[in-house]
Design a protein around this ligand. Structure first.
Ligand SMILES: C[S@@+](CC[C@H](N)C(=O)[O-])C[C@H]1O[C@@H](n2cnc3c(N)ncnc32)[C@H](O)[C@@H]1O
Length: 259
């Protein structure tokens, strides 16, 4: 029902302001969270990050996502040591990072375009957190990272943004480094309404909204996502959305050397 309401409001051109009100209302009506391990971000930050204020889901989805990213990193890469460097691109208020940090000893950086989310991470989680801009470049040197992961960030971009950010992932990855990036694929039920355009072009937008905010919902085919990655990234593997623990497809790219 909420998804249909968001679709209808977006079609009427008032999607973004209505969605902001909806996000605030969700946070205000949040149930009190049960006591849990580790610091829990306030309800509004959980809404901005996860699209819901539910604390238990926030914790559980983050745990599953971190475990899946870690497994993919081990399967397609090499074990990471404290000398290696990992970036979470679009880290929100640390839904995944809070678990990732226990799984991987590498040095950790997180970045996001929303200052209040970055501030919460910096005050509550281990790692370096930076507020970044909606457009590239990131404030990191070329070839800085051994691994980058991003959950539900390319999901909220238009096509030019996705192309530019995929190129930026390639720039900041070391040769041989991995990028684990989720995207909404054509196996998700909501993608049916976007056919045949989605299959023809490899990308379609379902709900229009501000770039980088959760109302905007983009979908790719696996081939379409890979095609927009450019020559610097080689696609090694895609876990489709219906086989992923994250509810979105996960693409595993490797940074090509010398490109
Ligand atoms: C749906 S939330 C997911 C947050 C986090 N990855 C998670 O799954 O818990 C999308 C996040 O991506 C961030 N974001 C969107 N566009 C971005 C960009 N161009 N650069 C960095 N962060 C971005 C948003 O601010 C938001 O925190």
């Amino acid at each position: 029902l909420l998804r249909r309401a968001a679709d209808a409001l977006a079609a009427m051109g008032v999607g973004e302001p209505a969605f902001r009100v909806f996000e605030r209302l969700q946070a205000l009506s949040a149930r009190k969270a049960a006591a849990m391990d580790g610091p829990l971000p306030p309800a509004f930050l959980r809404v901005l990050t996860a699209g819901s204020s539910n604390a238990e889901t926030f914790v559980e989805q983050g745990r599953k996502a971190a475990a899946e990213f870690h497994r993919l990193a081990c399967d397609w890469g090499r074990p990471l040591s404290p000398r290696d460097r990992v970036l979470e691109f679009g880290c929100g208020c640390g839904r995944v990072a809070r678990w990732w940090l226990d799984l991987c000893p590498a040095r950790f950086d997180g970045c996001d375009v929303q200052g209040r989310l970055i501030d919460w991470c910096a005050q509550n989680l281990r790692g370096e957190y930076r507020l970044t801009l909606l457009d590239p470049p990131l404030p990191y040197e070329a070839a800085s990272f051994d691994l980058i992961y991003a959950l539900s960030v390319f999901t909220h971009m238009r096509e030019p943004g996705a192309v530019a950010w995929l190129a930026e992932m390639a720039r900041v990855l070391k040769p041989g480094g991995l990028a684990l990036l989720t995207f909404q694929d054509d196996r998700l039920p909501a993608a049916a309404a976007l056919q045949p355009g989605l299959s023809e072009t490899g990308f379609a937008v379902r709900r229009r909204g501000a770039e980088g905010r959760n109302l905007l919902a983009g979908y790719f085919t696996a081939e379409g996502f890979a095609a927009r990655a450019g020559p610097g990234l080689e696609l090694l593997h895609v876990t489709p959305s219906d086989a992923s623990a994250q509810g979105q497809a996960v693409a595993v790219f490797r940074r090509r050397a010398g490109v």
